[in-house]
Design a protein around this ligand. Structure first.
Ligand SMILES: [Zn+2]
Length: 606
């Protein structure tokens, strides 16, 4: 399998000005090879080139992705089929395009072991048989410097099980990623800010709790050894970035301050507060929370490098706890900042009986309410709070958008309930004489789906469903269920809640069964502050990207800060269908570059 890999013909560095000034033929030929054997994409992108030209490379990438998304199904399939198999016959016969040859050899596919090569051939055959097109993977990966052969084989095997519609879309997104990297090469662009953040996140993930670390999994629970090591690492990096003050506070938050011009004078202008959490769920991802610490760190590093001070100081916080994994409390870090740290939490014990107060003291923290209450911030000293976070959902991915602007963090209500009917013989009980508890809940589930689906602002889910002691030949006498209702406004949430509860009562009445419903959680919606939301919008617009507004379905630290000051969030697209709380969580260096640029633009606009 060893042969010398042909190198790409050296191409002159392309500029956006050249592309924007080119004729249609010139435009198409300048973009030749970006999308494999598919000049129609450049042709249609030319047709939508704005009068003043594309505002940025990101705008061009988005225009081409939009062309593909809006193309006919057979055109999309044609684009996918224009690609060679990975380590396939064309690679062996050296008949790939220069771009593909470069990518496949960089990924080490030209030097597979015989076993790896055989495995890839089998995967190629199985994949083609299942989907009817070749498996497409951007083998240069999310950092642009190449996936390992094992990563490629693992991804291949995983995606073989996908639904064809989802897999087709995933192939197209990988094609856009391939095009993005090829464009970067053509333009001579290296996303250095994005790479910095990506590398920090990768490095920070080396700290993981015992029981998970051994298996290569990432778990960082509150105040474990790995948690404290991660905090120390963040603090070190903040100092290297050039923050003026760096410390770890009484709840384990890492706090870095980069002073504004006027700092040190008697009247310090209010600071911008930003940050997110560095704890993780069990076997979580590397970017949830952490991205929101690392992106503003990269901004401060950039300001320091340029010798710049803003009028306002920036305070970046790595919140110590958000996920509620170790104690029956969430947002331990951000609660302290808004004076909502419940004193009763200090007496809570974790699953191993470790009391929070003792844990804090063992970690070298005071473990007293006095010290924790001292962390409360005076809102008058802050402009507001902004938070960058991965989307943790599929929306931006589907729209081929790197960034989205959060309009509101959803309010939520959670319940656990049980319907009680009559467990009776599945053979002898006629259909019109049954009191089937599970059928009643099934009806409720379908109603939640219909009601929540009818308006855009709400979502509803029955995530747990259980027939206690159920039997194959017994009509369910009991059925337990959970209910999770969320909405962008409290009014929409409460309207959904009222309708769902009324329907449950009606279903149970009609079916002659009874029910209990216990509310376990209620969180108010946190709409974004209009001024801060529009600052994010201007920042994204300045990058030449469409402004996409969306609610946040998940809760975030910004929800807590919302109780004290104006807040707004920026979402970055996650790869792998936006999956999160999962090791497959991923971001690209190019998206992250845009995210840092957007944050810098926001700072510039202050
Ligand atoms: Zn998070």
């Amino acid at each position: 399998m060893s042969h010398s890999s042909p190198t790409l013909a050296p191409s002159p560095t392309l500029s956006l000005a050249t592309l924007n000034g080119a004729s249609e033929d010139g435009f198409i030929s300048l973009l030749d090879g970006v999308y494999e054997h598919s000049p129609w994409i450049a042709q249609r992108a030319f047709a939508v080139r704005p009068a003043g030209g594309f505002a940025s490379l990101a705008a061009l990438k988005h225009a081409m992705a939009t062309v593909v998304r809006e193309a006919a199904l057979d055109e999309q399939l044609g684009l996918i089929r224009a690609h060679p198999e990975l380590a396939g016959k064309a690679m062996v016969a050296k008949s790939l395009t220069a771009e593909s040859t470069n990518e496949q050899s960089q990924a080490g596919l030209t030097s597979c072991t015989p076993e790896e090569f055989a495995r890839l051939q089998q995967l190629n055959a199985d994949y083609n048989a299942r989907f009817g097109w070749p498996f497409i993977l951007a083998v240069r990966g999310p950092r642009g410097d190449g996936l390992s052969r094992q990563q490629i084989i693992d991804t291949f095997a995983r995606r073989l099980n996908g639904h064809p519609d989802i897999e087709r879309a995933e192939c197209l997104r990988n094609i856009h990623r391939i095009a993005e990297i090829r464009l970067n090469d053509k333009f001579g662009i290296v996303p250095t800010l994005g790479n910095q953040v990506w590398d920090w996140a990768e490095s920070l993930a080396r700290f993981s709790d015992p029981g998970f670390a051994e298996n290569g999994q990432l778990t960082v629970l509150y105040l474990t050894e790995a948690h404290r090591a991660a905090a120390a690492q963040l603090a070190d990096w903040m100092r290297e970035c050039g923050f003026d003050e760096v410390g770890i506070d009484a709840v384990g938050n890492v706090v870095g301050v980069y002073h504004g011009e006027a700092d040190g004078q008697t009247e310090e202008p209010p600071r911008l507060l930003t940050g997110s959490h560095y704890d993780t769920v069990r076997n979580g991802g590397k970017y949830d929370g952490r991205l929101g610490i690392l992106v503003p760190m990269a901004c401060v590093r950039e300001l320091k490098r340029q010798g710049r001070r803003l009028k306002h100081g920036i305070e970046v916080i790595g919140f110590s706890e958000e996920e509620g994994q170790r104690y029956k409390a969430t947002f331990l870090g951000s609660s302290a900042l808004v004076g909502r740290f419940d004193p009763a939490w200090l007496d809570q014990a974790d699953a191993d009986g470790v009391v929070l107060r003792d844990l804090m003291r063992d970690a070298g923290l005071p473990g007293t309410m006095e010290a924790i209450q001292a962390l409360k911030r005076d809102p008058a000293r802050y402009l507001g709070f902004v938070e960058v976070h991965i989307e943790q959902g599929p929306v931006l991915n589907e729209l081929d958008l790197p960034l989205g602007i959060v309009t509101s963090i959803n309010g939520s209500l959670r319940y656990v309930g049980e319907v009680r009917g009559l467990a009776s013989h599945a053979g002898t009980t006629p259909m019109d004489r049954r009191r089937d508890a599970a059928a009643a809940v099934a009806e409720l589930i379908l109603y939640v789906e219909e009601r929540a689906g009818a308006v855009p602002e709400v979502v509803g889910t029955v995530g747990q469903l259980q027939v206690p002691n159920g039997s194959i030949n017994v009509i369910p006498g009991r059925c337990r269920f959970s209910l999770d209702l969320r909405a962008t406004t409290d009014a929409a949430r409460d309207a959904l809640d009222a309708d769902v509860r009324a329907r449950l009562a009606e279903i149970c009445e009609r079916r002659g069964v009874s029910f209990t419903l216990e509310r376990t959680e209620a969180a108010a919606a946190a709409p974004s502050d209009a001024a801060w939301q529009s600052r994010w919008e201007s920042a994204v617009d300045a990058l030449g990207l469409p402004v996409h507004r969306m609610p946040s379905g998940a809760g975030h630290d910004a929800m807590k800060l919302h109780q004290a000051m104006p807040q707004a969030m920026l979402f970055q697209r996650g790869l792998n269908l936006g999956i999160s709380h999962n090791p497959l969580e991923a971001i690209s260096n190019d998206d992250t570059e845009l995210c840092v640029q957007a944050f810098l633009a926001l700072l510039d606009g202050l």
